[in-house]
Design a protein around this ligand. Structure first.
Ligand SMILES: Cc1cc2nc3c(=O)[nH]c(=O)nc-3n(C[C@H](O)[C@H](O)[C@H](O)COP(=O)(O)OP(=O)(O)OC[C@H]3O[C@@H](n4cnc5c(N)ncnc54)[C@H](O)[C@@H]3O)c2cc1C
Length: 422
């Protein structure tokens, strides 16, 4: 591995990972050439608002810009938009672009993200996903045409689409194959709280059954046939059943790919000098757990972008990502924030806290008394405390003390997503 600062860095991917890496290189003092290549034509924008404020119409394109073209020019960062990378020659350190040109690099940063997984059920109707700008206008037009919305898949992006649609007054259902939406990440109990939040906000949650077929019905609406025999009708169907990494363009390059681009803890691609991968596309080694995995969260992509910039400019002082895992989601006006991770066998304690908007839960996960993760609903300060506590490696008892004093603990009979009392 070279200990020289590179002269020419090419970044592939013009979203948060790629753009923040390019800016980070300048902030770290890189004086050489920096080029960002992006397959989307649009100026770099942020993705989390797509399913929230952009779909609702509350924000427009300017509100979601990651950076202006002028700022990039001032920083001496060259932007090549609307052209996909289609191959890498790692021996000669060149990147081939879809327009037939090639770019030479000393260091290559891969930040090509992911794309939505498609539904395998037979269908004769168009389906909506939300990953890029054009997806939002297409879905919004379909929502405005009437007939309601069915969201297939109760993950966070699907749940946000449902929440935004319901906020626009669109009759909305979520179909989730697991026993409770969100239960894969949050467990059944906390998944149930979130499901009730949706139900309280007029979203029908159908769980424990999958979609077996989709077809155009006699009224022109789409019929969504479920495994339990039910048929839901809607003007629009959106799918949020997970994502696959954008790595096909690396086929034959020798860059190791296994559910994403395989990297070490410093974002260096395994066994390929000069190549790095960050963000959603990276299958990265987490020194905190000793395991490798992909993470599809904004903060992770942002932090890895900063770290890769540091590591490229300071190869003698490599730094690994050790911050607490973190993501947020906005649903029905409630900011949901998760710190840490829930292991499949972790215990969960749900604490109810008073808040101006009514009683709200905080879920604390633990393994043999060690705090492993926490989910807050509309309590950002508590989330910040839990984030620090996770990094300090606290016990469940210590984490609980940070959440709420004894007098504030409320019975679980309150408004936000509380189970119905007998
Ligand atoms: C609708 C939506 C809502 C979200 N909400 C949240 C949230 O509330 N909280 C949260 O933590 N996270 C959220 N996320 C996830 C977060 O946005 C991602 O983790 C983050 O965008 C990852 O950044 P990235 O740069 O790694 O990849 P991406 O943002 O996926 O960007 C990759 C870019 O690379 C481009 N590209 C792909 N292939 C090529 C190629 N061959 N050549 C050139 N360019 C290429 C793509 O077009 C894309 O622009 C959301 C994501 C979406 C889609």
């Amino acid at each position: 591995m070279s200990t020289e600062m590179p002269d020419r860095v090419v970044v592939v991917g013009s979203s948060v990972g790629g753009i923040r890496a390019a800016q980070g290189l300048r902030a770290q003092g890189l004086t050489g050439q920096v080029v960002v290549v992006g397959s989307e034509k649009a100026a770099p924008y942020d993705k989390p608002p797509l399913s929230k404020q952009l779909l609702s119409g509350e924000w427009n394109l300017e509100d979601i810009a990651l950076v202006s073209v002028e700022e990039l020019q001032d920083a001496g960062i060259e932007l090549r938009l609307g052209v996909a990378a289609r191959g890498v020659d790692v021996a000669n350190r060149t990147l081939a672009l879809a327009d037939g040109t090639t770019l030479a690099y000393d260091a290559l940063v891969i930040a090509t993200g992911v794309r939505p997984r498609t539904l395998s059920a037979p269908r004769t109707v168009p389906l909506h996903t939300v990953r890029e700008l054009a997806d939002v206008s297409a879905l919004r037009a379909a929502l405005d045409s009437g007939g309601g919305l069915v969201v297939v898949g109760g993950g966070f992006i699907g749940a946000e689409i449902a929440s935004t649609a319901a906020g626009l007054g669109v009759p909305t259902s979520i179909v989730e194959a697991l026993p409770a939406p969100f239960s894969r990440v949050l467990g059944d109990e906390v998944g149930g709280i979130l499901a009730r939040l949706h139900a309280e906000n007029d979203v029908e949650v159908v769980s424990g059954t999958g979609v077996v077929a989709l077809r155009r019905g006699p009224t022109g609406l789409t019929e969504v046939e479920l495994g339990d025999g039910r048929v839901l009708s809607a003007g629009a169907v959106a799918v949020g059943i997970g994502c696959v990494p954008n790595t096909e363009w690396l086929a034959g390059s020798g860059i190791p790919v296994s559910d994403g681009v395989s990297t070490d803890e410093f974002s260096r691609v395994l066994d390929v000098p000069g190549v790095y991968a960050i963000g959603d596309v990276a299958h990265w080694h987490d020194v905190r757990t000793g395991t490798s995995r992909r993470v599809e969260h904004w903060t992770h992509a942002f932090q890895q972008a900063q770290l890769v910039a540091h590591n490229l400019v300071h190869p003698d002082d490599l730094q690994a990502q050790t911050r607490a895992p973190y993501f947020w989601s906005d649903q029905h006006g409630v900011k949901i924030q998760m710190v840490g991770r829930r292991g499949p066998a972790d215990a969960v304690d749900v604490v109810w806290r008073d808040s101006p908007g009514g009683p709200r839960p905080v879920a604390l996960y633990s393994d043999s008394g060690r705090f492993t993760g926490g989910v807050t609903f509309g309590a950002p300060q508590v989330s910040v405390r839990l984030r620090r506590a996770w990094e300090d490696g606290v016990t469940l008892t210590e984490a609980r003390a940070l959440v709420v004093g004894p007098s504030e603990v409320l019975p679980a009979d309150a408004r936000m997503g509380a189970p119905a009392q007998p």
